[in-house]
Design a protein around this ligand. Structure first.
Ligand SMILES: Cc1ncc(COP(=O)(O)O)c(C=O)c1O
Length: 373
């Protein structure tokens, strides 16, 4: 068993990193925006990569180990009977979402999204016609979805499950309704489930719900194990859709990505359980610090993901994210990145230490003069 917390990497060490999180903004800014974890890589993943490096095993992937590892994981975690042959290797989740969208729609076709939403959902749909069915009180608006399906006749629906930014975990009942509507109006469902492993048993894979057809899941171990540098993802499901994926769709995944994601899903389960428990604690700690320091803000921890979605409207700031950056020297994602209507929100990355969370809230409060500098 582990005796050290996972999210305990000191700030001085983190500042030596050169990824987006640590190099995009000024060095005095505390970065809590992009979804990178402030953790060391899980030991089984590091050992697998180190073994390959020692052997000079740095070529191309051949064996379907990632597909097999995902099927075994899905069966173990969700009781979902997935055939590895139903999974196609892709570059990563965003690219896989775009690949799947191209397979089911043409430029100009309508595509449904649920804002506030992870910004690349708009980017990958840039040449499609976006139909927006906003989340209502943090849940899918199933009536709005039916209305959009009926009146806009979309080719595709981009589901985010769990939802980013608010961390909503969709229930089986909600997903069954989605499946019924998608079938009735012949809409292809493309479900981004990159945050699913961290959500654990609470997550329901879209393809495991009754009536789900004409659908693919795009998934990877990347968010749950912090593997964005090690590219590999899977498009799982309908063979009709997967057969229409562009030629060479699998060539973007790297061999190290395949090795890392497979090791994560097979041998990283204990690490993930520990990481997930720490994140639950971090969310509670963050909520408690907000209550103590900025009681004007009402915040309930999110269900899934390691993100907090905080409405800062009570502070009366025109652009709270920008204010916290410029004045407080702490950087979150801005609410307007996810929907113009959520400009009063910030998205806070809580895959970090209590020290950093405490300092972030202190900086927020100091920036509005609520605590001493
Ligand atoms: C919902 C969602 N999809 C996709 C990604 C990125 O996935 P990838 O790096 O595999 O493209 C993220 C990253 O935060 C995400 O939150």
């Amino acid at each position: 068993m582990r005796n050290m917390p996972i999210f305990n990497v000191p700030l001085t060490e983190l500042r030596e990193r050169t990824s987006i999180k640590w190099r995009r903004f000024e060095p005095d800014v505390l970065p809590m925006f992009v979804a990178e974890m402030d953790a060391h890589i899980a030991p089984p993943i590091r050992e697998r990569l180190e073994r390959a490096l020692r052997m000079g095993d740095t070529g191309y992937p051949e064996l379907p180990i990632y597909q097999e590892a995902m099927a075994d994981y899905a069966n173990w975690q969700w009781g979902w009977d997935l055939d590895p042959a139903d999974a196609t290797l892709v570059t990563d989740v965003v690219t896989g979402m775009r690949d799947a969208l191209e397979a089911v729609s043409s430029p100009g076709d309508a595509v449904v999204i649920n804002p506030p939403i992870y910004p690349p959902f708009r980017g990958i749909s840039h040449d499609r016609r976006l139909v927006e069915v906003p989340m209502v009180a943090g849940r899918l608006d199933l009536e709005g979805l039916e209305e959009a399906f009926r009146t806009q006749r979309p080719a595709a629906y981009l589901l985010c499950s769990p939802h980013n930014p608010d961390g909503t975990i969709h229930t089986r009942q909600e997903l069954e309704t989605v499946a019924r509507l998608a079938d009735a109006y012949q809409v292809a469902v493309i479900s981004d489930e990159i945050h699913a492993p961290l959500a654990g048993a609470r997550h329901v894979p879209y393809l495991d719900v009754d009536g789900a057809s004409n659908a693919v899941i795009v998934i990877s171990a990347s968010k749950s194990f912090n593997l964005a540098a090690l590219k590999a993802g899977l498009v799982i499901g309908d063979s009709g859709i997967r057969n229409r994926l562009r030629p060479m769709v699998s060539d973007g995944a790297s061999y190290f990505g395949v090795l890392a994601h497979s090791a994560a899903l097979t041998d990283g389960r204990e690490w993930l359980a520990e990481a997930s428990a720490e994140i639950t604690g971090n969310k509670e700690f963050f909520a408690e610090r907000l209550r103590a320091t900025l009681p004007q803000l009402e915040h309930t921890p999110s269900e899934g993901t390691y993100l907090a979605w905080v409405d800062c409207a009570p502070l009366g700031l025109a652009n709270p994210g920008q204010h916290f950056h410029r004045i407080g020297r702490v950087r979150f994602n801005f609410g307007a990145e996810f929907a113009p209507e959520t400009a009063s929100f910030v998205r806070v990355n809580l895959a970090t230490s209590h020290d950093i969370i405490e300092e972030a809230v202190r900086r927020m409060a100091a920036s509005i003069g609520a605590v001493e500098e």
